[in-house]
Structure formats: C-alpha cells, structure tokens
Design a protein around this ligand. Structure first.
Ligand SMILES: [Zn+2]
Ligand SMILES: [Zn+2]
Length: 459
C-alpha cells in the first residue's frame, strides 16, 4: 500500500466515524450537514433531526440559532417558526409579542427582506412609545433600528427625523457625556453625509471626535471610528490634504491597538486606499486595497460581506487603472458572494450588480449585463453602485449594514443598561425579557456581519 492509499483510507475512516449529534446515527440514515459553527464530533447533524429539534425545543432561540455556538441558521424555517410564535402571541394578547416582532424583524433584515421587516419595526416602535415612553432604552433601540432599516432601504429622508429623535432622547436620558449619546450623534452625522448635507455633517463629526478624545481617550476604538469618519467626509468635500492625516492616524492607531487583522483595521486600510486613489497615488492605493481584500479573505473567508466590500473596492481601483479583466473578475466574485449571503434583492446585491453592469457597458458588453437595479430606493440613496460612477464620486459612500461600525443598535444592546426617563437605571430589556433577547439577537447579527454603518467604505 503506498502513502496516497493510506491517506485515502484515513479520510474514509474519518468520514465513517461521523455521526449525527442528535440521533447518533451515521450517513446511512441520510446526508449529514454542518449547519452552524460547532466543530469536532458535535458538528454533524441530519437535516431532519435538526428541524425536529428546532420545531419542538422549549428554548426560545431554537427557532433561529444553534444553542451551543449561537450561530444563526438564517433560513426559511427560522422565519416560519418566528412568524408562528408571533401569531400565537398576538392571538393570546401576550406581552411577549413585542419581543417576537423585533426578533422576526431582525431575522428578516439579516436575510435581506427589508420590505417585510419595515412594518414590524414600525409597529414595535409604536408599542414601545405607548407603553414605555420616549426615553426608555427599548424605545431608543426601536427608533435606531427603524432608522437603520430605512437607511438600508435608501429612505434617507424618512430616516433623518428618527436619527434626530434618537439623539434628542439619548441626550435627555443620558446627558451629553455618555458614549451612547455620542453614537447617536455619529449616526446622525453619517446620515447627513449620505444625504449629501456635508456642511451639516462636518460640525457633528468634529464635535463627536473631540468628545470621544476627551471622554474615551485618543486610542479608543470609537475615537478611531470618528477619526476615520471625519477623514472620509473631508474626502467627500475634496479636502484631501486635510483628510490624509486623519485616515493615516486611524490606520496606524488601529494597527497598534486592535492588530493588523482586525476588521476595523481592514476598513481603515480600505479607506486610506480610497483616499490615495482620490489623490491619484494609484500604486499606494492598490497596495492598501489589495492588503485589505487579502487579509479580509484570509480572516473572514470569501463568503463574508466585508470581504465582498473589499473586493469591490479593489475592483473599482483596478477599473480606474484600466485593468478591466481583473476588475470584472473581482466584481463578479463580490456579486456572487453577496447574492449567496443576502439573497437577490438586498441593497448591497443591487449595488454590486449595478457596478458590474456599468463595467460591462464600459467594455461594450452591455447586453451581458444583468438588469440594473430599478428600485426607486436604490437610486434615491445616491450612494450605492460601487463603481457605476467614477470610484471617487464623493457621495458614493458604502454605508452598509455589513461595514464595520459601532452603531446605536450595537451600543444600546451592549451597554446593557440605560437610565430611564426618571433617571433610574433600566436593565437592558429589564421590563421586557423579550426585548433583551431581541437586543442580543441584533448584536450577534451585527457581529456576524461585521456590524453596520458608521464608517462605511467610500468609493
Ligand atoms: Zn440524526
Ligand atoms: Zn453550533
């Protein structure tokens, strides 16, 4: 027997020893799959066994995630089970319906079904306002969730009053020296930036950066977010020389404090790369964007929103250099990965499709291009299209759910406790076990997707 046969035998016996973690039978009873992040002997399960467990378990989260590793299944069954629970609670008039509403909305959003999530988030916000009051942490979280959803749908004008409301509510409840208030300020600045109200965004970004330096210190991750966001705004304003030291400092400090491979560090790499592109320093830009794409692929895998975003940025750069074959290949890979992750109608997917179409049209192969996105909200957002326009187009900012960002959603849920309107501390979801579970869901969703918005990459 030669060595290669020995290896084949070893692989066969490893395959033979796989068994379902629920029924302990092997592949002879049906194909075994690895549906979550569990590894080792607990990683394999029969699809039917898992479905039976999810349908019958008394665990609240069995409907949508693995009880051990907490990785979410993100499938149709999650939606079916969460809908059924919500319907049953509505029928009984149960208070748990508020939590189920939020949880279902989070799940729909994560699966890219934003239109279906919106009415649920609107209803949840109404219920929170009516039963908990304007300054309660649940109301604040509901407000920021709906604002973020509207932003993802490109409904920026509708999102603006909600961002202002969240800022006002957190100021009233927490004061101006609280980290959550500063997150709300940053969120509003970021929205104004997306709306093209650059001169209104600048003083807010500056105030937020100054307050974070003072309260959190110059090396805190949130301070670095502010540095980079202000730098990105200045790039949008064409003030490239002012932007450069901010983007350089954000990257340098992130490398020192978070490490070279942290997802924030990779975002700053891309942001500096895009600034170099705007400055016409193409060689440097390529090095930075390539490093971001390769590191993201190595650490987060090919099927990850941030990897897709960094590939897209690199493609825009290659397109600007006239290296169209390489750009096309990267745009296609980014589109495929986003489609697999998010379905066909998610804004990120539409942006990717639009970038690829623009490239194909530029190459005289318009007929090969998929239909460009026609949804009004995709056009209205005025960012989008990774490179349907020249990649330096200032407003073409990717303010994605999948971009690294500490948003209010995360901050509120991870803060754990917020003062109520009367100044007493309300434990996160203290009045509502459901909301605290929903918050946990949103947090892990953000973490898995790299967390949203604040300092999206710009093209
Ligand atoms: Zn089984
Ligand atoms: Zn697991």
């Amino acid at each position: 027997m030669d060595a290669s046969e020995g290896r084949a035998d070893a692989a066969d016996s490893a395959r033979d020893s796989r068994e379902c973690r629920i029924c302990h039978a092997g592949a002879e009873d049906g194909p075994l799959s690895q549906p979550c992040g569990c590894r080792g002997s607990a990683s394999w399960v029969h699809r039917a066994c898992l479905e039976r467990w999810r349908r019958s378990s008394t665990r609240r989260d069995a409907a949508y995630r693995c009880g051990t590793c907490k990785v979410e299944f993100r499938d149709e069954l999650s939606l079916e089970l969460l809908r059924a629970r919500l319907d049953a609670q509505r029928e009984r008039g149960s208070a748990g319906a508020l939590h189920s509403m939020s949880r279902l909305a989070v799940e729909l959003q994560a699966q890219g079904r934003l239109a279906e999530a919106e009415p649920l988030l609107r209803e949840a916000l109404e219920v929170c306002r009516a039963t908990r009051g304007a300054s309660h942490s649940d109301t604040l979280l509901s407000t920021t969730r709906l604002a973020a959803l509207l932003q993802d749908r490109g409904e920026l004008a509708q999102a603006e009053p909600l961002c202002r409301e969240a800022l006002e509510a957190s100021r009233a409840a927490l004061g101006t020296r609280h980290a959550t208030y500063l997150v709300a300020m940053n969120d509003l600045a970021s929205l104004l930036h997306d709306r093209g109200k650059l001169s209104q965004a600048e003083p807010l970004y500056r105030e937020c950066l100054a307050a974070r330096r003072r309260l959190l210190g110059p090396r805190h991750p949130d301070t670095l977010v502010s540095l980079s966001n202000l730098g990105t705004l200045l790039r949008s304003l064409g003030r490239l020389e002012e932007a450069a030291p901010l983007q350089e400092a954000a990257l340098q400090l992130a490398r020192e404090t978070l490490g070279r491979r942290h997802s924030d560090t990779l975002a700053y790499l891309s942001n500096l790369g895009l600034l170099r592109l705007a400055q016409g320093r193409l060689g440097e830009a390529e090095g930075l964007c390539r490093e971001a794409a390769e590191e993201s692929r190595a650490t987060q895998g090919l099927q990850h929103p941030e990897t897709a975003a960094s590939m897209s940025n690199l493609a825009a750069l290659l397109k600007a250099q006239g290296r169209l074959d390489e750009a096309e290949e990267l745009y296609r890979a980014a589109l495929e990965s986003r489609r697999a992750l998010l379905g066909g109608s998610h804004p990120s997917v539409l942006r990717s499709a639009s970038s690829l179409s623009a490239l194909l049209r530029a190459r005289g192969r318009g007929e090969d291009a998929a239909e460009p996105p026609t949804r009004p909200e995709a056009a209205a957002r005025g960012r989008g299209e990774d490179a349907a326009e020249p990649p330096t187009r200032p407003e073409a900012r990717l303010r994605r759910r999948d971009g690294p960002h500490r948003s209010m959603r995360r901050s509120v849920s991870s803060a754990g406790a917020l003062p109520a309107a009367d100044g007493t501390l309300v434990a996160d979801g203290g009045g509502c076990a459901g909301c605290s579970a929903a918050n946990t869901g949103a947090t892990s969703d953000n973490e898995r997707h790299g967390a949203p918005q604040e300092r999206g990459l710009r093209l």
